[in-house]
Design a protein around this ligand. Structure first.
Ligand SMILES: C[S@@+](CC[C@H](N)C(=O)[O-])C[C@H]1O[C@@H](n2cnc3c(N)ncnc32)[C@H](O)[C@@H]1O
Length: 287
């Protein structure tokens, strides 16, 4: 692997901040991340943002096939050169924005992908929501995030950092922290520390698609005013449910209306969703 700073300098490229371009510059850490990701020779991997190939070359040694989706066209030829130099032939480089990429073109519910990526910090949550939506095509994901975000995703109910993303992710997957990555291992060096987590999606889809959309709205509304009690945070425009019905739903779900969102387990959110679903006046999808 060529040191990222060397490639950037030689071709008079600059790292784009808006694309979160902090390249991993330590081959040992790249190997370690691929090792803790437990990639096997049966795995087809979707790598989001391969950049200059720091992870890709090591992934290629383990995986059956890799689709490497990179938005920045300036990097594509350099990435291909790095892969050729490492004698890699099982990587398909796709110059695309991950948000315009249709996962179902490279996977099916019978042939699910493993997703891996050192993600730009500014699109981390959006990528997670895209994966949740597409989880019938994704068995698990190994993703590098800003340390604080990774901790939030894995936080248990009742903790200070438990929030919307924790509840949504823990509803549909098992999440766990795999390893920390020091900011000194990147070029350019970011201001924050990083953490790699694993998201292991459940096979089962417990509730219907419509109810799941509603569940995510309930979670969003509950956390949008996290200091308020549930009877207050759930009443309003977002869910189109009257205060009277919110209280009725909370009672039916056996949840004290004066509790706050951060104390609710995922199972309690599910029970609340079941109780509120028939009580919504006019359910519109305006998420
Ligand atoms: C933090 S860098 C990681 C690069 C490389 N994986 C590494 O570890 O060195 C993030 C990469 O994601 C790419 N990227 C940013 N936004 C993207 C998007 N919407 N779709 C695909 N790639 C994107 C950036 O150009 C950059 O190469």
């Amino acid at each position: 692997m060529t040191y990222p700073g060397t490639i950037l300098k030689a071709f008079q490229l600059f790292a784009k901040k808006e694309l979160g371009q902090n390249f991993l510059a330590d081959p040992n850490m790249a190997k370690h991340i691929v090792a803790v990701a437990r990639i096997s020779s049966d795995d087809v991997v979707l790598e989001i943002g391969p950049g200059l190939g720091a992870l890709t070359v090591h992934l290629a040694e383990k995986a059956k096939k890799i689709y490497a989706v990179e938005k920045d066209h300036r990097l594509i030829q350099h990435l291909k050169n790095e892969l050729a130099a490492a004698d890699v032939s099982n990587v398909e480089v796709l110059n695309q924005d991950i948000f315009r990429f249709n996962i179902d073109t490279v996977a099916s519910p019978e042939n699910k992908l493993v997703v891996l990526g050192n993600l730009p910090y500014n699109i981390s949550s959006q990528v997670l929501f895209k994966l949740v939506e597409n989880r019938s095509y994704v068995s698990r994901a190994v993703l590098m995030f800003q340390k604080e975000l990774a901790e939030r995703i894995c936080a248990p109910p009742g903790s200070r950092t438990y929030g919307r993303l924790s509840a949504v992710m823990q509803y549909c997957s098992t999440v766990k922290i795999l390893t920390g990555v020091s900011s000194s291992l990147f070029f350019p060096k970011p201001d924050v520390e990083s953490t790699v987590i694993e998201v292991d999606f459940f096979d089962r889809q417990e509730i219907s698609y419509d109810k799941e959309v509603f569940l995510f709205k309930v979670i969003k509304a509950a956390f949008s005013k996290r200091r308020k009690t549930l009877k207050n945070s759930l009443t309003g425009e977002e869910l189109a449910i009257s205060r009277e019905n919110v209280e009725k739903g909370l009672n039916e779900a056996n949840i004290d209306p004066s509790r706050r969102a951060e104390t609710l387990t995922v199972d309690e959110f599910k029970m609340l969703c079941e109780a509120l679903y028939p009580l919504r006046a006019a359910f519109k999808d305006n998420s």
